[in-house]
Design a protein around this ligand. Structure first.
Ligand code: XMP
Length: 520
């Protein structure tokens, strides 16, 4: 959703770590594309999807192994341009009559430089600015003989067939990763491929907004929709979009679990009710949640308690709204992509994430997920398109279980109050120093220890807090943010002076992995 009338590019995923980046780069070029695992791509699928071009991704397998993954032959009979990247290049060479060999002296991992080969092609238009291009290689096997009809467009020391093409059939093959950051001008190559395929680059946010609105109207008709607001960007954008589509057929339910940041509930309520006139039920259930969390120390038990209460409370209020048929959720594309995993089995549960998962079945409601096709930064762009304030759109992510997972040990109203005030000072400092937008996420956590300090002439025995700030692309991995010592010193002083109950401030310099972003 929405059913796009735009030309579509299909990315067949063979499990590369960077497959998502192919989609990112293409979306930046206003080209609509979807990633699908190779297992799902058969002739029927291709007929339904009707791609205008196909990209075969990289992947960890070797085409020389038995049962190595392949796209269906049909991919090469559709008459549409095909680009093979790394593993995709090798599988393409093998299927079209070339030869692939194991590594030997030709393994390449890391930066490499490619130079023009004898052939010319629009694929490399505007490339080779300095007679060479830096690219990112990551391959053990290599193509040792190109298929009939192919010519060499670029070479590198380790890959004589760095870029090859069969121009008549519009088949292109690159040994390196044009989507990776370390191929600085790889976007040009992807743009050229899309141009060869005839993409117009017309997949813009304003077009998306109109299509999404139409498709919500078609799906929902006169029925009622409820939307759980979390205070985060995704549910807010989903709500505003749905409200544009169906007006007051939408009711938002904002469950205040008492684990929000300073003034957060007030801000959310006033934005939706006053600025957008969206019917909003503000359910202050903090007492219920805080009672439920009494004595709960184990982090998973906390998450489960909050998840369970959330479902109960949401259900109660959904029933009060009455007669809803649909539940709106701010599900994003990265949650939808079924990436291929070659590491075997589902990944271990590190934490039980809490959103509103489980609710649709509980409530017997159908889902409306208007952001399912979008990456996080695209949701922000859509939010801007819908006129949401910049201060709201640029906000750092905030977890569903809220401050409960920033308060290791038992969560009490007293601790939450201290934590809220420390967090507010910290974020104020970050904003004052103009650092907010450079940081993916920043927050304070309150440690479950008390420490001895001295203030004035007296002994103190109070809480220690930890400050966390990370840079990240998607929250899956993260680096701690390198604040200056001056910034950290000033912030620690402010927190201790302004927040009664804290006498020690520390800064967390753990990256993820091995740490996680949240403290719990
Ligand atoms: P961790 O701590 O797992 O966090 O490194 C990664 C990102 O996910 C956020 N997070 C959550 N978001 N519900 C959410 O909506 C949750 O239960 C949850 N737990 C962690 C976290 O804030 C970070 O951005």
């Amino acid at each position: 959703m929405p059913e796009t009338p735009h030309d579509r590019l299909l990315v067949v995923d063979f499990g590369s770590q960077v497959t998502q980046l192919i989609a990112r780069r293409l979306r930046e070029l206003n080209i609509y594309c979807e990633i699908h695992p190779f297992q799902n791509v058969d002739s029927d699928f291709l007929r339904g999807f009707a791609p205008k071009a196909i990209i075969l991704s990289g992947g960890p397998a070797s085409v020389l192994d038995a049962d190595s993954p392949r796209p269906p032959e049909r991919v090469f009979d559709l008459g549409v341009p095909v680009l093979g990247i790394c593993y995709g290049q090798q599988v393409m060479a093998q299927m079209l009559g070339g030869v692939v060999e194991r590594g030997g002296g030709n393994r390449e991992f890391g930066r490499a430089r490619v130079e023009p080969g004898p052939g010319r092609s629009p694929l490399l238009a505007d490339w080779f600015a300095d007679g060479q291009e830096q690219v990112w290689m990551s391959h053990g096997d290599h193509v040792s003989e190109i298929p009939p009809g192919f010519k060499v467009l670029a070479t590198s020391t380790g890959a004589p067939f760095a870029v090859t093409a069969d121009e008549d059939r519009r088949f292109y093959a690159v040994q390196f990763h044009p989507e990776a950051h370390h191929t600085p001008r790889g976007r040009t190559l992807l743009r050229n491929f899309a141009r060869i395929a005839g993409f117009r680059g017309d997949w813009t946010m304003s077009a998306y907004r109109e299509e999404a609105i139409r498709s919500i109207q078609d799906k929902v008709g006169d029925a009622k929709v409820i939307c759980g607001l979390s205070g985060g960007v995704d549910s807010a954008v989903a709500a505003v979009l749905i409200h544009e589509a169906i007006g007051d057929g939408l009711t938002c339910v904002f469950v205040d679990h008492g684990l929000l940041r300073l003034n957060e509930a007030r801000e959310v309520v006033s934005m939706f009710r006053d600025a957008y006139n969206i019917p909003l039920m503000h359910a202050d259930e903090s007492a219920l949640f805080l009672t439920g969390l009494e004595g709960v120390v184990d982090p998973e038990a906390k998450r489960k308690t909050i998840g369970r209460l959330f479902i109960d409370v949401f259900r109660k209020h959904a029933e009060e709204v009455g007669g809803a048929d649909f539940l709106a959720q701010g599900t994003l594309y990265p949650d939808v992509i079924e990436s291929v995993s070659f590491s075997g089995g589902p990944s271990a549960t590190i934490k039980s994430h809490h959103n509103v998962g489980g609710l649709p079945e509980e409530l017997g409601l159908e889902l409306v997920e208007p952001l399912r096709d979008l990456f996080k930064d695209e949701v922000r762009a859509l939010g801007r398109e819908l006129g949401l304030p910049e201060s709201f759109i640029g906000r750092h992510p905030f977890p569903g279980p809220g401050l409960a997972i920033r308060c290791p040990g038992e969560v009490t109203p007293e601790k939450l109050d201290i934590l809220r005030r420390a967090d507010a000072v910290y974020i104020d400092q970050i904003r004052k120093h103009g650092l907010y937008d450079d940081i993916w996420q920043a927050f304070a956590a309150l440690l479950p220890v008390r420490t001895v300090g001295v203030m004035g002439d007296g002994r103190t025995y109070e809480h220690a807090c930890v400050l966390r700030a990370v840079t990240s692309v998607d929250g899956m991995t993260a680096d701690y943010y390198p604040f200056s010592h001056e910034f950290l010193g000033e912030t620690a002083t402010r927190i201790i002076n302004e927040v009664e109950g804290i006498n020690r401030v520390t800064y967390d310099i753990t990256s993820k992995p091995p740490g996680t972003i949240e403290w719990e």
